[in-house]
Design a protein around this ligand. Structure first.
Ligand SMILES: *[C@@H]1O[C@H](CO)[C@@H](O)[C@H](O)[C@H]1NC(C)=O
Ligand SMILES: *[C@@H]1O[C@H](CO)[C@@H](O)[C@H](O)[C@H]1NC(C)=O
Ligand SMILES: *[C@@H]1O[C@H](CO)[C@@H](O)[C@H](O)[C@H]1NC(C)=O
Ligand SMILES: *[C@@H]1O[C@H](CO)[C@@H](O)[C@H](O)[C@H]1NC(C)=O
Ligand SMILES: *[C@@H]1O[C@H](CO)[C@@H](O)[C@H](O)[C@H]1NC(C)=O
Ligand SMILES: *[C@@H]1O[C@H](CO)[C@@H](O)[C@H](O)[C@H]1NC(C)=O
Ligand SMILES: *[C@@H]1O[C@H](CO)[C@@H](O)[C@H](O)[C@H]1NC(C)=O
Ligand SMILES: *[C@@H]1O[C@H](CO)[C@@H](O)[C@H](O)[C@H]1NC(C)=O
Ligand SMILES: *[C@@H]1O[C@H](CO)[C@@H](O)[C@H](O)[C@H]1NC(C)=O
Ligand SMILES: *[C@@H]1O[C@H](CO)[C@@H](O)[C@H](O)[C@H]1NC(C)=O
Ligand SMILES: *[C@@H]1O[C@H](CO)[C@@H](O)[C@H](O)[C@H]1NC(C)=O
Length: 811
């Protein structure tokens, strides 16, 4: 009996194991890590995704990849480190993905060299930077490149460490560790970053080394932050020497040595440690192997914001093996388990593998940022999780956080707690944050939207919502100190709402007292709606105040402005209550940056960005017919007259899918019950601008914001941020299962996909659905089934109420 039972159990176990084994699909094979690596001009990064390419984990701290030079500074985008055309200057441990502006990170380097003598000057990267031979190879958790000097580099990463495998030819073999290396901004870019100081110490005769580097600046004008490192080699070097040399990088007014030509390093043979800072010498070390034959030298490097000991410990706990493939395999496993396997689509003859690759690649790119720095906060003691690299919420509030909400609720709850903890200890929620420093604020205080979105969709867990609401209220009531940022001297760009004095006094942002008067009015309006949404539960007596304030945008609607046959636009208004009617043209934003009326988009576009009160907006546009005609014009080619630089490269419609403000615009036809047009417009954009190719993104990935737009498009739904409402569109897969809310299943079925993608009929959980929208509770909490019948007919299938305008206010 006992034996039989054992046999039975063993059979069960074997059987169970077999089932699990066959169910384990390696989805990582469908990820193209180069999507967005190039822009519309082949071979250049300009206008592309600015993505990171290299080894990393979901929301990992380490993003290990190459840094490169700029072929032409006026169109350079070094932000993600990797570029199609630059020469390799180093492999570094930390990167951003998808950002614009001046780069941040590109720090804690190694560079394999085959000569360190003249003309090579180890303090002058242009003397040793290496062109690459052939195409780089990348897959999830793995990157490979071949340098002109014959060295092949392969790498992978864990959450706080990296492993690099160098294959050297015969001859000299060196690895340079220049602690002063970082990704530079364009010359004279006031927001470039700099090296402040650091230390490097040889250990075990140079088989390992440790130290720290301190860096300042970058696009967010960050304060100095320090990263500790511990590195080690698989083979003991014959020689290891530390060096120092004057820092001649152009550092504005910081120090007298700046702006010179690169100087030369001095090796100090009587010490194994060099220290510098603040704001003086560069320090580093060179490791040399005298082995003549071809050889493989591997290195493992750990990083920490806390200490060398922690950096070292991460290697032991996360990369215990010297075999690169072990780390690659563990990365693939983690990505599959944590991310990819949570969405399943047919992978048989029903599959369009281009769509499959777009799906899993998009999932990959939305998990590169922010960084989970729990246990790695050097600034304050806290039991709360710690997160950094919200870079920026301006980008990801629109639809990325809503995706995290349903798809990664555990991480997301942790992020929200981390955001609130920043307010608790530093006074303000961030709008952007990187290197443990808030900044920059491009428009509103959009953490408000993030918190409200989480709140109205029921995220509670261990989030302290009393504090969460208090943090939002700080944004709404406290004027942040002016940071005198060279990009805009008028008010804080670091956090909060710089134009809050206007907003509190006038109810709008004025042209004469503030910059970005139109786009900030638009964003502050939604921010205050966000407050009203959370106040409803946390501070009911505040709700009406903020709801009224959320109508501020109506105060700058100028019914007299005419453009392309339409009248009534958001317009600049003086603080005395008069509109500026002279020479204003909503087709232009002029430089479209910090001093413009509208930021990175023209007033035509911003005049559609009122997600909380579409009802009033449609009224101001004089009704559904005029609204539809105006919306149609947004999609007409060759209409845009404003040059938007990399934020709209190659796009000639007013609708600019290459940047975030317009993300919801193609779906607005749902508000006039012409959902088929939303489907048509959004599909057209997706097909035209998103590809399984290096130039597959219409603009910066922006921490995955762009990729999330495509994800929602492929699911056939679009979230209305700060509300529990989702608009229905049209799905791309015949069948899709997605884990939502931790362990529930959302199934999205598309019958008739082969005949056309227009919606003929929808059922949700078996019930015929006559509205073109649904709410969180319908399928996102307990899971459920959305069943589309698709076909070729552009059908006005919906008859119910249009999507609600939950912030509707009549002034
Ligand atoms: C190369 O090194 C110089 C001198 O340190 C520095 O100013 C520059 O920013 C570096 N360039 C790149 C692309 O890393
Ligand atoms: C890369 O190096 C090659 C050879 O030294 C040089 O011709 C080329 O201009 C460099 N390109 C960049 C982008 O630095
Ligand atoms: C750099 O790019 C700018 C903008 O495209 C272009 O005008 C300029 O000619 C380029 N410079 C070089 C040296 O190629
Ligand atoms: C250190 O040793 C090297 C030779 O390995 C020599 O060229 C250099 O001058 C020495 N540095 C000092 C400061 O003595
Ligand atoms: C070399 O390092 C030793 C010990 O730190 C120091 O006393 C000496 O001044 C250094 N020499 C040079 C040339 O930097
Ligand atoms: C690593 O694994 C891949 C397959 O997963 C294999 O193709 C490759 O040769 C391996 N590399 C090494 C160095 O073992
Ligand atoms: C989705 O789940 C349902 C129910 O478990 C299953 O029948 C269907 O095959 C799944 N679809 C896919 C694409 O995995
Ligand atoms: C896959 O979909 C794309 C459109 O996204 C289409 O161009 C392509 O023809 C489809 N491939 C197949 C095999 O149907
Ligand atoms: C929320 O945090 C505040 C202090 O920041 C504390 O007083 C309060 O008890 C907390 N609420 C909960 C539910 O933990
Ligand atoms: C009104 O707007 C126009 C067009 O932007 C601008 O040139 C002009 O300076 C503004 N007038 C005032 C008084 O600011
Ligand atoms: C847009 O303008 C370009 C260049 O003038 C022209 O080639 C193209 O045909 C135009 N497209 C449309 C749809 O008018």
């Amino acid at each position: 009996m006992q034996q039989l039972l054992t046999l039975f159990l063993r059979t069960l176990w074997l059987f169970g194991f077999a089932i699990v084994a066959t169910a384990q699909v390696d989805y990582s094979q469908y990820v193209n890590p180069f999507i967005g690596a190039e822009g519309p001009f082949s071979g250049q990064g300009y206008g592309g995704g600015d993505i990171f390419v290299g080894g990393t984990r979901p929301f990992g701290v380490a993003k290990v990849g190459i840094d490169t030079t700029a072929a032409n500074w006026s169109i350079a985008v070094l932000n993600g480190g990797w570029t199609p055309d630059g020469n390799v200057t180093a492999i570094t441990m930390m990167h951003e993905s998808g950002t614009g502006g001046a780069p941040k990170y590109g720090i804690i380097p190694q560079m394999p060299l085959t000569s360190i003598s003249s003309p090579v000057n180890i303090l002058d990267n242009l003397t040793y930077s290496q062109p690459r031979i052939g195409q780089d190879t990348a897959s999830v958790g793995y990157f490979k490149t071949q340098l002109q000097n014959g060295v092949q580099i392969e790498l992978s990463a864990s959450r706080h460490a990296g492993i690099i495998r160098y294959s050297f030819h015969e001859g000299e073999k060196h690895v340079l560790v220049d602690v002063s290396h970082y990704l530079p901004g364009a010359p004279y870019d006031p927001n470039g970053q700099f090296y402040v100081g650091g230390e490097i110490q040889l250990e075990e005769n140079g088989q390992s080394y440790s130290g720290y580097g301190t860096y300042i600046g970058g696009w967010n004008n960050g304060a100095p932050f320090t990263v500790y490192f511990y590195g080690e080699f698989s083979t003991a070097p014959e020689a290891a020497r530390v060096f120092r040399g004057p820092n001649t990088d152009p550092m504005r007014s910081y120090q007298g040595l700046a702006n010179g030509r690169p100087s030369f390093a001095v090796y100090n043979n009587s010490t194994d440690k060099e220290t510098s800072g603040p704001m003086n010498d560069r320090v580093g070390a060179v490791f040399s192997w005298n082995i003549d034959t071809e050889s493989i030298i591997s290195s493992r490097v750990g990083i920490s914001f806390i200490s060398v000991e922690k950096a070292r410990a991460y290697i032991g706990s996360e990369i215990p093996s010297w075999t690169l493939n072990d780390t690659v395999e563990s990365a693939v496993k983690e990505w599959n388990e944590d991310v990819f396997s949570k969405i399943q689509v047919p992978l048989d003859e029903r599959a369009n593998f281009t769509h499959v690759r777009l799906l899993y690649s998009s999932l990959y790119f939305i998990h590169l940022m922010p960084s989970d720095r729990t246990g790695e906060n050097p600034l304050w003691e806290s039991d709360e999780p710690s997160w950094d690299d919200f870079y920026t919420l301006w980008d990801i509030f629109r639809c990325t956080v809503s995706f995290y909400h349903i798809f990664q609720p555990t991480y997301y709850e942790s992020m929200i707690r981390g955001l609130i903890d920043i307010w608790r200890h530093q006074g303000f929620l961030p709008d952007g944050r990187s290197g443990n420093w808030n900044g920059l604020v491009q428009g509103g205080s959009n953490a408000d939207n993030v918190l409200a979105d989480a709140y109205v969709k029921g995220l509670r867990g261990s989030i302290n919502w009393t504090d969460g609401y208090a943090a939002m209220k700080t944004n709404a009531e406290r004027v942040p100190h002016n940071t005198y940022d060279p990009t805009d001297f008028t008010a804080s760009t670091k956090e909060g709402r710089g134009a809050l004095p206007d907003w509190l006094e006038l109810g709008y942002v004025s042209q004469d007292r503030s910059t970005r008067c139109i786009s900030r009015t638009v964003e502050y309006s939604l921010n205050d709606f966000a407050l009203s949404q959370v106040a409803a539960g946390e501070m009911p007596e505040d709700r009406d105040t903020y709801l009224r304030r959320s109508a501020g945008w109506q105060k700058i609607w100028n019914p007299e402005i005419e453009s392309l046959g339409f009248t009534g636009f958001l317009a600049p208004k003086f603080s005395n209550g008069e509109f500026n009617n002279s020479g204003y043209d909503p087709l232009y934003c002029y430089e479209c940056e910090w001093h413009a009326y509208t930021y990175e988009g023209v007033p035509w576009e911003y005049s559609f960005v009122i997600p909380h009160d579409m009802e009033t907006l449609i009224g101001l546009m004089t009704g559904p017919e005029a609204f539809e005609a105006r919306l149609d014009l947004m999609f007409k080619p060759n209409t845009s007259v404003q040059q938007l630089g990399p934020n709209g490269a190659g796009i000639t419609t007013l609708m600019n899918i290459g940047n975030e403000p317009d993300f919801a615009t193609p779906y607005l036809y749902n508000y006039i019950n012409k959902q088929y047009k939303s489907v048509q417009r959004s599909r057209d954009l997706a097909y035209q601008y998103f590809h399984d190719a290096s130039n597959g993104l219409p603009g910066n990935s922006d921490a995955g914001a762009m990729n999330t737009w495509l994800l929602w498009q492929m699911l056939g739904i679009y979230p209305l941020v700060t509300t529990p409402v989702y608009l229905l569109a049209s799905p791309w897969f015949p069948d899709l299962n997605m884990t939502v809310n931790g362990d529930k299943n959302l199934r999205i079925i598309a019958h008739g996909l082969d005949d056309g993608y227009f919606v003929q009929r929808v059922r949700i959980n078996g019930v015929l659905w006559e509205r073109n929208w649904f709410e969180q509770a319908d399928v996102m909490e307990s899971g459920g089934v959305i069943e589309f019948e698709l076909g070729p007919e552009m059908k006005e299938w919906e008859r119910g109420r249009v999507p609600p305008s939950l912030g509707h206010v009549e002034l």
